[in-house]
Design a protein around this ligand. Sequence first.
Ligand code: HEM
Ligand code: HEM
Length: 441
Amino acid sequence: MANDFIVPNWHPLFIHFPIALLVLGFLIEIITFARPRGGFRAAGRWMLLLGAFLALPATTSGIYAFRDVAAPAQLDVDQHWHQVLATNSWSPGHWDAISDHIWYNSGAVVLFLAAVGVWLGSSDKWRCTLRLPLLAVVLVGLVLMSIGAWHGGELVYKFGTGVEPGAPAGGSTAGHGLTWYIPPLQLHLVLAGFAVALVVAAVALMVRRWQLDRRVPAPAAPLTEGQPVAPGIMALDVPAGAGQPIGPASDLPQNRDQQPVAPPSEVYPGWFWLGAFGLAIVTAVAGAWAALGVFSKAAFREGLEELRQADHRRLALHVALGVLIIVLSLFLAALVRFARRWRRPAGILAGLVLLLIAWQIWVGVLITFDSPEGSLFRFAAVTQAGEPATMPPPAAPARTPVPQPSPSTEPVRGSPAASQQPAAAPPPTAPGAAPHEEIGT
Ligand code: HEM
Ligand code: HEM
């Protein structure tokens, strides 16, 4: 487990956003059921949108947290998962709790993203039609998330997951390097969560934009209740046909319920693709920081050398996928801005980006949990001798050392220095190994 500034990791920082925002947003949706227009409803919608998208960094920080707390030692990506499990001492009940926590929350996140993505990408008409079914999906997601979060609480307060044993040492924080405050791999995963959230939003807004572009431009008449205020994203599900013209401004104070929601500003998918492009670059830089430990010419040369080695093909694929995601996001930003009629190529490319992201997350999980070497699709199998089939001979170090300029005496997480640490020797029979298999293998 980590010995960083924030103990045990950043997961508890991010989880409260989706929980609070989604629950409140849903309640506001219910409270304003009969009065769909108004700022309160719009605020609730924003909460649902932000809550669903912020569930992504909560999830990627959770992936890091799981690997972080699964072993008592400092996180070392060069260890295979079965080696991590060999040092793990959790009871079967503890494993059940984490397994339930992960499955319930992952299911909830998929439902939230599906509901919000469909809503964001729909035309005004479809937003009206799908309102209740999508609310039902959010409700199921909330139930799953509540159960998952309850298991999360059990993990910490019942099983002591990630809790420092004994009294904290306290004292001065002086002498720690930057990586103690901002562990690069943890930063990398959280940024990846934000980048993926922006891609999902960009795809949904792109689909919506196609439908808005097809529409005949509305006459420049004053806004009437029941008239959709396209092409914004918030106040678009007003029941059609209400049709009462809105009175002059002087009427509004007496007639608050009739106030329209101000037409929101336009939302351009190109900005979201551009944002995803920028965040993916920052994510990649953080990934390189995690992998190289230091930014220098020598480190980059060593890193490139490593990527060419066959035993680092997971990392090589991860970098290749990362570059593709970055390039395609920029290309899509230009496409939706300058070639709006090219819907089919844009749609195909956007679908491709989503597939690449899914693979990228999986390869990232493989590297985080099961080292940069091995199969591109599954965890390393354990041979009868207790070593993975793909393990190199013990004499060969997994990484080439790169000089560390940091004055910190602690190894940089995921850095060559960290990887030089002797992996905890796995006992022949790992305690509690059997229940682990359902999660990682
Ligand atoms: C939106 C999704 C998620 C939510 C809302 C959530 C919620 C929670 C909550 C409420 C806790 C208890 C923390 C506390 O009371 O301080 C927790 C802990 C934990 N969660 Fe999650 N979780 C999510 C996703 C995940 C995922 C996907 C994983 C692993 C793959 C994960 C792994 C953990 C771990 C290992 C802990 C123990 C404490 C720690 O190491 O930070 N979580 N989570
Ligand atoms: C937009 C998404 C992502 C991009 C663009 C990206 C890009 C990168 C890059 C460029 C590296 C540096 C590789 C090197 O220099 O050798 C890296 C490393 C890494 N990434 Fe990602 N990544 C993304 C998402 C993820 C996710 C979701 C995970 C985990 C679930 C992950 C886990 C890792 C790990 C474990 C490393 C290696 C760190 C080390 O060796 O210490 N990445 N990534």
